[in-house]
Design a protein around this ligand. Structure first.
Ligand code: KIV
Length: 269
């Protein structure tokens, strides 16, 4: 049991003020969430990336509210000290504000999350404001927002032109005005990540947004090497769990076939 204090939205704000980097990771199940929390991660995101790395969909678009609430419950059972944020899936907040409120409330009441994340800048600002007004902490997400992959025509880096750079800064400011506690910046040019980080008082969390962001986030399966699908340029692999599992299973298989497993000690004689 760790004795560290629960991380809140205020903790993250103070970290930005002090220039202390914020460490964020995704988690989709109880035991991984517990391990990441014991390792001192500041924020755990039940990302809709679960749709790809856990559920095996081709994009984040198909994962449903019910599936996301289900896995958020698994993660919240680890009772993380990290701030626990649930990603609102595609279609769960875009239709209208009352749908967004109903679904965000499910993440808090049923899922046990501390807050939610929604994608989009200006066009999501009104929704963010409505959620914040009823007491739900909201994390923004701009740049290469995966739920808009079809609109973008693929996973493309943002902030490449002056127009795109300036529009992203405006998006970040509008989200800040709407009351979001932090903004994820995904796949944007380093200059855009840096300029947004300087333009807002709330913490920016980068994923492919350069080193100047107030914190960084990665998909846990990318970090540990347990997902072989799409691997963007910003991923750094810290472990090769995929091959560790394959090798362990090959050894188990050999032991079963040769009769070496189970031994007398591993049996009830
Ligand atoms: O779904 C997710 O995992 C995310 C992070 C990559 C920011 O949105």
């Amino acid at each position: 049991m760790s004795d560290r204090k629960k991380v809140t939205v205020n903790t993250l704000k103070r970290m930005k003020e002090k220039g202390e980097k914020i460490v964020c990771l995704t988690a989709y199940d109880y035991s991984t969430a517990a391990m990441l929390d014991e390792s001192g991660v500041d924020l755990l995101l039940v990302g809709d990336s679960a749709g790809m790395v856990v559920a095996g969909y081709d994009s984040t678009l198909p994962i449903s509210m019910d599936e996301m609430v289900f896995i958020t419950k698994w993660v919240s059972r680890a009772k993380p000290k990290a701030l626990l944020i649930a990603d609102m899936p595609f279609g769960s907040y875009q239709p209208d504000i009352s749908t967004a409120i109903k679904n965000a409330t499910r993440f808090i009441q049923e899922g046990g999350a501390d807050g939610v994340k929604i994608e989009g800048g200006k066009r999501s600002a009104e929704t963010a404001r409505a959620l914040v007004e009823i007491g739900i902490p909201v994390m923004g997400h701009i740049g290469m927002t995966p739920q808009s992959v079809n609109e973008f025509g693929g996973y493309k880096v943002k902030g490449k032109t002056d127009e795109s750079h300036d529009a992203l800064i405006d998006d970040a400011k509008e989200l800040q005005d709407a009351g979001v506690f932090s903004i994820v910046l995904e796949a944007v040019k380093t200059k855009t990540g840096t300029d947004i980080t300087r333009a807002v008082d709330i913490p920016t969390i980068g994923i492919g947004a350069g080193p100047e962001c107030d914190g960084q986030i990665l998909v846990i399966n990318d970090l540990i090497g347990s997902y072989n699908g799409f691997e963007p340029n910003f991923v750094r692999r810290y472990a090769d769990v995929g091959n560790t599992i394959r090798e362990a299973v090959k050894k188990f298989s050999g032991d079963v076939k040769s009769g070496d497993y189970p031994s007398a000690d591993e049996s009830y004689e």
